[in-house]
Design a protein around this ligand. Structure first.
Ligand SMILES: C[S@@+](CC[C@H](N)C(=O)[O-])C[C@H]1O[C@@H](n2cnc3c(N)ncnc32)[C@H](O)[C@@H]1O
Length: 236
């Protein structure tokens, strides 16, 4: 997976991205908060070292830090263009974050075995094709310490008609909230269609299978809303 292959929503800056997300996917904030609480429930008050992949504008980073005062985050993204947005959002919490620009596969590939307590990510993994996704999940498994955790809030497709229904809802939400921004609407719809390509679509059932293949224990969805699910798995 090369840097150039990321099919991002680059037509908006970070603040605008956040504002649009609040309108088109208002439930995402709940997912991000819950992701933080899942980490808290797992580790309690222990000091923990988390790798967050694809921190973007830092909303998930903030949810993790808010819920886990003892957590330190190595936040990586293939593009640091939104680092300032993330830093402004985090304020003092940014003291517990080290930002790094890197491709996720390269970064995880260089991490030593059992070198972090958890890997967290949101709305990133669905961008990869199924092959790259499995490679990355295997690297994530290798990098997490025994007893550690993987948690991902992301688009996980249910069997049809569930997926088509959820996708149609999202497309309608885009059309409703982006009617004044036809350029953005076009690129976000294009992104949705690319996410649904057969070699890319992240099906919930395949995702659970991939997690088990990589060695994870008890991968499961703890929360779902429409097209998005919160997947949690442990390394024993
Ligand atoms: C949709 S944003 C999600 C942002 C954030 N996680 C959130 O919850 O709002 C996806 C992020 O993944 C990053 N990304 C895409 N491909 C990547 C890769 N191969 N390695 C690391 N980061 C990547 C993008 O630059 C983008 O910031």
């Amino acid at each position: 997976m090369g840097k150039g292959e990321y099919k991002g929503r680059s037509s908006v800056d970070g603040w605008e991205y956040d504002a649009i997300m609040q309108k088109v996917s208002p439930y995402m904030a709940d997912f991000q908060d819950l992701l933080g609480t899942v980490i808290k429930e797992h580790f309690g008050e222990r000091k923990i070292d988390i790798v967050e992949i694809g921190f973007g504008t830092g909303s998930t980073t903030k949810a993790i830090l808010d819920n886990n005062p003892q957590a330190y985050i190595r936040a990586i993204d293939i593009d640091l263009g939104n680092r300032e947005v993330a830093e402004e959002k985090l304020g003092n919490l940014a003291n517990r974050v080290v930002f790094t620009e890197s491709d996720a596969c390269k970064y995880l590939g260089y991490l030593p075995d059992s070198s972090c307590d958890a890997v967290a990510t949101a709305l990133f993994l669905h961008n990869l094709n199924n092959f790259d996704r499995l490679l990355l999940i295997k690297e994530i498994y290798r990098a997490i310490k025994p007893g550690g955790l993987f948690v991902n809030a992301d688009k996980y497709a249910l069997p049809d008609p569930g997926f088509r229904k959820a996708q149609a809802w999202l497309m309608d939400s885009y059309k409703k909230h982006l009617s004044d921004r036809p350029d953005v609407l076009e690129s976000w719809i294009k992104h949705e269609l690319e996410d649904a390509m057969p070699d890319v679509l992240m099906r919930a059932s395949d995702a659970l299978r991939q997690m088990k293949m990589a060695g994870f224990y008890n991968p499961r969805f703890v929360y779902r809303n429409g097209i998005v699910g919160l997947l949690v798995a442990e390394k024993q």
